[in-house]
Design a protein around this ligand. Structure first.
Ligand SMILES: [Zn+2]
Length: 194
């Protein structure tokens, strides 16, 4: 009933996470009603997506070899915060309670095989850096907890303080959706994790 290209767009949108066919239809209709310049901007941004890659150091999303955080010499290069996904960095940055570096694991041990996470890169990074504290900021979910335990075991032989975010965040909650105040207090009150 829709023209082919219109239907194909609906299919593309409904393949995105969290978007059902009805929502996809609404989104395509919305775009259809936009001015041509808006659509052109959208097309350019979409086609630039393939230029985006992951930071060779921390695996955060970046357009360059190093992300802006790793490349920033003014940050505290002795503190490392381990997160599940790049998206988790945004609320932590917004809270302004942390000025160190990050490491993006790329998931949790339950969702992915251990070898698919960036833990090997993390270990070699720790060996060649001089971190004095590692903060584990995985989510407070069953998978996040399991991953935190696994990291604690793996990092134990290193002579570095290991801490975890304080449980200001409710059990089962994702860092990605936490507000600035909660993140700030759970970072400030982070607990030694050993
Ligand atoms: Zn980086």
């Amino acid at each position: 009933m829709y023209p082919d290209s219109f239907q194909r767009l609906i299919n593309q949108f409904s393949a995105l996470p969290g978007i059902g066919p009805k929502m996809a239809e609404r989104l395509v209709l919305f775009l259809f009603k936009q001015e041509t310049t808006k659509i052109d901007e959208f097309i350019i941004d979409l086609s630039n997506l393939h230029k985006i890659t992951t930071c060779t150091e921390c695996f955060n999303i970046t357009q360059n070899e190093l992300c802006t955080i790793c490349a920033d010499k003014n940050r505290d290069h002795q503190k490392l915060c381990i997160v599940e996904e790049s998206l988790d960095i945004i609320p932590i940055e917004r809270s302004r309670a942390f000025s160190g570096l990050y490491h993006v694991l790329g998931g949790t041990i339950k969702k992915r095989d251990k070898d698919q996470l960036t833990t090997n890169a993390l270990m070699s990074r720790i060996e060649k850096s001089q971190f004095d504290e590692i903060i584990i900021a995985t989510n407070f979910t069953t998978e996040g907890d399991m991953t935190a335990m696994y990291l604690r075991q793996t990092l134990a032989p290193q002579n570095i303080t290991i801490s975890r975010l304080a449980r200001g965040l409710a059990t089962g909650s994702d860092i990605e959706y936490a507000d600035d105040m909660t993140i700030r207090s759970s970072l400030t009150n982070r607990e030694k994790f050993s």
